[in-house]
Design a protein around this ligand. Structure first.
Ligand code: BGP
Length: 485
């Protein structure tokens, strides 16, 4: 019998997770090119329409580039980590982080995506960041692509819709693997690779014309990402001995609204459509259920002769995901919609929702960890989880974010239960340990941090950092290896 852990393993990787485009700022400094995230404008909630969503048209891109479309672009400014990384990393170290997840902004290294040579200043910046982390014994966990496709690749090739981008990506991956081989052991290829199906521009710098078969373009682009991910996995194993490559999914555990077999079937299909991405990465082949979906939706993938072998021979070492909510599906049109929940579904009457309508479900995390581990038998890594909430700064500067503490406590408790169930869980990086720009809304007021950043939705503020109550709480959690919750 295998020995099952009773609590968190001694080498459990506690920490926090970020993305370059939501954090760094300095979007045009030291030779950086524009990336897809730099094109996302901030629009106040009451003025937000589909037109202002994260998905944008070629026409809008041209308007932005010519200055005809005037707006603020908060992801260009971030929270100025580019210049304040030492202060921020010192705060992470104070909390006792074992690991810090960040992304390399591809457009800092290859400003246009297809440049012949990398940008030395960009490479140097990440050298400095990794050195600073190691100074405190913090292991970097690096995402190669977190919604930062160089805009040049969109303009010239329509991003990941083009097979050529596979080559540009592997050149980028090889460059950073060689450069950081002594500094970075844990890697992730694509953040939330399933983002392509929600927003192809965000997920892959792909702009889809209304006249196109959207699904065809999306799934073809995804095929290119799967192949690129497998090639990067092969490269990292060759270049960095002992390295670990993970895939990354926005996991949406889905429930059937009722025990009506129609609902149960729909739920199974919903889960399959979400697990398809990790199935390819972890099992090394397309799941059979996708063929039927492709046939019924006129999707014909253009696949090269050795793609199947590339996928089969280069599966990931661990499976990483974000977890914020679960989904409830129903075949009945009467169900009340779960407004705000990413990926839709109906309201689950047993769950509360965040201020942004994301349905909070700690027990769902345990269910999900068990399902995923049963399916893949590979180590799991929760690389995003957290509560986006409005924070109130008291007159003395303190922030009593008990709601955030409760959220993390409940999720960590369920992680512990899953470990007792036998799940091999290697780490937990909470999303946005320091407040940063929101991915979906470009707001600053949707805060996840243990560290507060003085910056508002309109871009006003001193950018000063301060510790919230959750900062002290998380520090204790790490110090006690998850015993003191
Ligand atoms: C994930 C992304 C992150 C992130 C987080 C929270 O989808 O990987 O980049 O920001 O969700 O989302 P939001 O910022 O929209 O609240």
């Amino acid at each position: 019998m295998t020995k099952i852990n009773k609590g968190f393993p001694a080498d459990f990787l506690w920490g926090g997770a970020t993305a370059a485009n939501q954090l760094e700022g300095a979007y045009d400094v030291d030779g950086k090119g524009l990336s897809s995230a730099d094109m996302v404008a901030y629009v106040p909630k009451d003025k937000r329409t589909q037109d202002h969503a994260i998905e944008i048209s070629s026409e809008r891109i041209q308007q932005i580039l010519s200055g005809e479309f005037e707006a603020r672009f908060p992801k260009r400014e971030g929270i100025d980590f580019y210049h304040r990384y030492k202060e921020d990393i010192a705060l992470f170290a104070e909390m006792g982080f074992k690991v810090f997840r960040l992304s390399i902004n591809w457009a800092r290294i290859f400003p246009n995506g297809d440049d012949a040579q990398p940008n030395e200043a960009g490479l140097q910046f990440y050298d400095n960041v990794f050195d600073e982390l190691h100074k405190y014994g913090i292991e970097p966990l690096v995402t190669l692509a977190h919604y930062e496709t160089p805009l040049g690749l969109t303009l010239k090739y329509n991003g990941w819709a083009s097979r050529e981008v596979v080559g540009f990506f592997t050149t980028y991956a090889e460059t950073v693997f060689k450069r950081y081989k002594d500094k970075v052991k844990y890697w992730i290829t694509f953040n939330e690779i399933n983002m392509m199906t929600l927003s192809p521009f965000t997920g892959g710098g792909v702009v889809i014309d209304k006249s196109e078969n959207k699904l065809q373009t999306m799934y073809q682009a995804l095929h290119h990402q799967f192949v690129a991910s497998a090639l990067a996995t092969k490269l990292v194993h060759e270049i960095i001995p002992g390295s670990q490559m993970g895939c990354m999914l926005a996991r949406m555990e889905s429930y059937a609204h009722t025990c009506n077999p129609e609902d149960v079937l729909k739920n199974q299909q919903e889960n399959q459509m979400n697990l398809y991405f990790t199935d390819v990465h972890a099992r090394g082949e397309y799941p059979r259920y996708m063929q039927r979906y492709f046939d019924e939706n006129n999707v014909v993938l253009h696949v090269e002769a050795d793609d199947a072998e590339t996928l089969r021979n280069n599966t990931v070492d661990y499976v990483a995901f974000s977890y914020y909510m679960t989904l409830t599906v129903s075949t009945s049109p009467e169900g009340e919609r779960a407004e705000g929940n990413l990926f839709g579904g109906v309201k689950n009457p047993y769950l509360k929702a965040s201020d942004w309508g994301w349905q909070i479900d700690p027990i769902g995390l345990r269910v999900m960890l068990n399902t995923m581990y049963d399916r893949y038998r590979k180590p799991l890594f929760i690389v995003e989880n957290g509560l986006g909430a409005y924070d109130k700064v008291e007159a003395d500067g303190s922030i009593h974010d008990t709601y955030r503490i409760d959220y993390h406590r409940q999720h960590i408790q369920q992680m512990k239960e899953a470990i007792k169930d036998g799940v091999e869980l290697i780490g937990y990086t909470s999303w946005g340990p320091i407040d940063l720009v929101s991915m979906s809304t470009s707001e600053m007021s949707k805060r996840y941090g243990f560290i507060y950043v003085d910056l508002d939705d309109e871009g006003n503020g001193s950018l000063a950092r301060s510790r919230k109550d959750s900062f002290h709480w998380y520090k204790e959690v790490i110090a006690s290896n998850g015993e003191k919750l």
